[in-house]
Every structure is written in C-alpha cells, then in structure tokens.
Design a protein around this ligand. Structure first.
Ligand code: GLU
Ligand code: ZN
Length: 307
C-alpha cells in the first residue's frame, strides 16, 4: 500500500450532512487513518447557485463533533477559479479542448452520448454561450475498486468510448467532472473513498485523467444509504441532518451500516476511543459490497436543525 496515502472527503455544501454523507466521511477517514495517511477536506461549492450560506461551517462543526479532524486547510472550489481557467486556457491553446453548441435535445438525438459533433468546427468563441469540451480519445476501461472489486463500465455509461466531457458548462460554471479531477491532482490525493452513486462515472473520470496526462487515484466506493430502491438519502427527499448530540451512537451505526460487528455505544467512554477501535477494525475486505442499503425510516425523515 501507499506509504504516502492521501485521501479526502469532498462534500457539497448544498445541504447539511445526513447519515449517508456521514458514512462516506467516516469510511474515507478510516481508510486514510488505517494507512497512516492524510485525510483532507474539500468543499465542493463549484455549483454556487445550489450552495447554501452557512452549510459549509455546519458541515465542519458536525465533522468535529464526530472526532473527524482533517489534515491541513480546507479547500473551497469557489476560490480556485483562476487555477481552473488557466488549465482550460492551455487546453484550448493546444487545441485539446473545443467549444460546443449542441443542446440537450441534440445530444438526446445522438442516443444520449455526445458524438463529438463540434470537434474541429470552431462553432463559437469564448465570449458566446457555449460549452467547452475536452477531446477524449480513449475507451472506457474496467478498474479494480479497492472496496467493491472489479468494476466494468456499465451500460449506463453507455458507449465503450469515453465521450468528450464538458469542462465548462454553457452557463459558465466549471463542470464537476473537471474540478473534482483537477483538485484531487492539486491536493495529491491518491485514494478516493466515496459513495457508490459515483461508481458509474468513474471509468469516464479515469479516461479524463489519462487524457490530461495525470495518474488516476485508487477508488473505493461505499454503499449509498437510500430511503427506497434507487432513492438515495438527499436533501430532495428531506433526509434528516446528522444530530451531533448522538455522535458516538452515529459512529456505531455507521460501522454497522458498513458491515462491521461493532461494540455498542455503552462500551465506549468517548468518540476518540470509538474511532480508535474503528481504525483498528477497518478492513477493506469486510465492507459490504452492496451499492445501496435501505435505512430505517427515522434516518429519512426531515428534522430541521438551525444552521
Ligand atoms: N462533491 C461530491 C458529492 O458531494 C463528491 C465528489 C467525490 O467524492 O468525488 O457528492
Ligand atoms: Zn457540440
């Protein structure tokens, strides 16, 4: 294993942490700490219109209440725009990126996978409203997930060839698929532990790493907590925010969710001793290999908590 392990947790401050996001936080923390690694924290506030003021601080307070202390300074994507733009400018200058005017409707008519229609067409300039895409000439490949085992590109990632991904959207926002990669490279992250909701996009992200000339990190995906099949806990279905008053109990429930027979809450004096036990118990092979787990009703009912 890496002797210079760098992992991270990368929440979007569009809603308070819920049980599912706590699972990802704890799993990425335990994987990092059991490898004597660093655990970084990045606020993925790239989609600013969807972010809620104060939620970032609330997430940090919640993590601290659970004993999950990150290494180094928190990075905010909203403060990284000049770095992203400089990279896009280089790609444009090298003709490795191009503008695209295709609408959602047109892409649907292509079968849902962008077919490179605007490559080499010079359809518009930076000042007009059009998307910027990366030329990707690479097949989607299977990869070895450190938790889930071998993952083959699924039919939902459709074609065998990776599509020319959007780097910057028509509305001027940098795309998630771009910035997640640029930041993991920038922060030297070499192991990404995150939710199974992102497993399907991983082959595409790996193709982008290669295209940009970077080495992709290792990936491990943990089960997603859902209220019903196909409906993961989220702000949209009014998932309850994590209650820090029951932090110790929450850690125990996260460990049980991930498949570890864990001592009950009363066995521990405090959070730190529970986390220490969790670190020593952590074993990638023992993490449940189901992409989705339905959680009890009380996890999924909304109890608002002031920010
Ligand atoms: N910001 C993403 C989310 O909250 C996570 C991205 C990632 O872990 O790669 O869903
Ligand atoms: Zn196009």
């Amino acid at each position: 294993m890496h002797n210079n392990y760098v992992g991270r947790f990368a929440p979007s401050p569009s809603g308070q942490l819920h049980f599912g996001s706590l699972v990802t936080a704890v799993a990425s923390y335990l994987d990092a700490k059991s490898h004597n690694g660093k655990w970084l924290l990045r606020m993925e506030d790239i989609d600013e219109p969807r972010c809620i003021a104060g939620v970032d601080k609330d997430i940090l307070t919640t993590l601290e209440a659970h004993g999950l202390y990150w290494d180094g300074d928190v990075i905010y994507q909203s403060q990284q725009h000049p770095r992203y733009q400089a990279i896009l400018n280089d790609l444009l200058a090298q003709k490795r990126a191009y503008f695209c005017t295709c609408t959602r409707k047109q892409i649907k008519a292509m079968g849902g996978i962008y077919n490179g229609n605007c490559r080499g067409k010079s359809v518009c300039s930076a000042t007009q409203d059009c998307a910027l895409r990366l030329k990707v000439d690479m097949p989607l490949e299977a990869f070895e997930d450190v938790l889930m085992g071998k993952v083959t590109p699924s039919s939902s990632s459709a074609s065998l060839n990776a599509e020319d991904v959007v780097l910057k959207r028509r509305d001027g926002l940098f795309s998630y698929n771009l910035v997640v990669i640029l930041d993991d490279v920038f922060q030297q992250v070499n192991c990404v532990i995150r939710g199974c909701d992102l497993i399907d996009v991983t082959p595409l992200q790996r193709a982008v790493y290669k295209t940009l000339g970077y080495t992709a990190p290792q990936y491990g995906h943990v089960p997603v907590a859902a209220v019903a099949p196909g409906r993961k806990l989220s702000k949209q279905n009014r998932a309850a925010p994590v209650n820090s008053d029951t932090a110790l109990d929450n850690i125990v429930r996260v460990m049980n969710f991930l498949g570890f027979p864990f001592p009950s809450t009363s066995e521990f004096d405090d959070i730190d001793s529970a986390l220490k036990t969790a670190i020593s118990m952590w074993d990638r092979k023992k993490v449940v290999k189901t992409p989705e787990i339905i959680v009890p009703q009380h996890e999924s009912t909304y109890h608002s908590r002031p920010l």
